[in-house]
Design a protein around this ligand. Sequence first.
Ligand code: AGP
Length: 611
Amino acid sequence: MCGIVGYTGGRPAAPLLLDGLQKLEYRGYDSAGIALLTPEGIRMVKNAGHGGVMALEILAGKIGALPMAASAGIGHTRWATHGRPTDINAHPHLDASGEFAIAHNGIIENYMPLRARLRAEGYVFRSETDSEVVAHLLARHYSGDLAEALRGALAEIEGSFALIVMSSRHPGQLAAARRNAPLIVGVGAESEFFIASDIPAVLKETRDIYVLEDGEMAVADRAGVCFTDFAGDPRPKTVTRVTWDAAAAEKAGYDHFMLKEIDEQPQALRDTLSGRADKSGVIDLGIAADFFADVDRVAFVGCGTAYHACLVGRELLEQWARLPAETAIASEFRYRQPLVDARTLVVAVSQSGETADTLAALREAKKEGARVLAVTNVVGSTVAREADEVLFTWAGPEIAVASTKAYTTQLEIMALLAMFLAARAGRLAAERSAALLKELRSLPAKIEDILARKEQLRGLAAGLSDSSSAFFIGRGLDWAVALEGALKLKEISYIHAEAYAAGELKHGTLALVTRETPVIAVATQRTLYEKTLSNVEEVKAREGRVLAVTRAENKELAAAADEVFFLPPVSDDLAPIITVVPLQLIAYYAAVRRGNHVDKPRNLAKTVTTE
Ligand code: AGP
């Protein structure tokens, strides 16, 4: 997820673009840049953050070097996916002639074959990014009309994008296009136009907004703005008047970042899967095959939510690849003289990539000669840099302290990794792999189905928000999800919550179950259903209140429970990716009802850099 902004009008563009980028910093902040159209050609400044100084702060110090008379340009603030956060990888990107500039948010899935082909045709690439291909494609398709050149480029690229492009051959003109990434056009005073990923970027200048839909393009200059589809046919659009204040706009109108991030999960899952598997079931993790040679054990390490993702990773890996695997809470790992050696693959999972405990575990593993694979959301983070190999989740910046979209994308990576290693071990037939991938592709729509039933979840949360204690139970993969559900509830609602393997409850904890204690029973695993049902009956016999999160066909459980939330159909193995979503929402609505500070809960920090 990145922020892009463009301006064309009668005022100096550089300060307007910088201001827009500052408002979009929540979309990405590891590097930033601005390019302007001037009579002498395109002029550009761009950089990554350095030495603890934020990228935009450094950029702000440089814009004085740009010609202030320039009144059209584009800017970008980056959250790296393809290519490290470096000065060269920062956007905008230019074609080789320097006549075309682009700013891109999204992922160009087929950038590798495109880059290979363009290189063979003589185009010289400067950056490691997927986005740079668009600049070269523009040059390649250009024959006098910028919009035509963009259409030509769009016909070749696959993936998601919000793009703003410009050319020194067309002073004052910007062209933009959208597919699966947000893009708006703001109408300023006296024939000026702003183009941006999000409304906050333009709110200071205008409240009159056109919202582009997928498959739409805009071309703006001082004469006006016109909208077409990718074939060039006109698209009628109407202006929307935005009434949000600036703070609400940053959250796209949501009350909290957490809810926004919960809603972003379908797209985050699509992005994280993109380019990593083909339709026939072959997984490409972008890691050389010999990295996994001779691995005979896998250890997953992480903290908090990331640790809960590890639990799912271990289960899938053991089931699919039949490879011995263990999980360790990162803060425990280094102190127990872990049994790892050169044949152990240590998978270090961390959203931020800066968690001190996870880093310490990673270093301990390397000291023992293990090879370390990081799973992280932040390109350029310490975990990413110190690991031998990295699999990035492409969830975009997660701002709420309570992790949501980072977790579900970590689960998706866990599934891909387990499938990859199972296929390598000859234990996953191509048809099964293709079926699992097909299901992974279907999960975003299933999450959208759950998100459409928020009101029901708000009601269920109301029923438990006055409780002082709650239990989550489940077996197998449901237990792993129950642990995450309990963590979500306690960290933002401050209700004491514990998760138990459902069969364990009767070994002591059942003594705490009363009419006042809600028990959230997670039951998606078909082979374990009867057993979980018995555990629910045990709770009911002690007058406990049960909320079941389960499959529609589990009628006996629905009848036994006081309340029930039905999940869309899903396989047992991939169920955790969708099952956690109602638990996230229950925690969210309970916290809101209790009047808590949802995005910044007491005593907690987003990135925990102390051991
Ligand atoms: C999750 O909601 C938490 N706030 C916390 O448990 C978090 O997952 C943990 O601190 C690990 O963070 P990391 O993924 O950035 O390493």
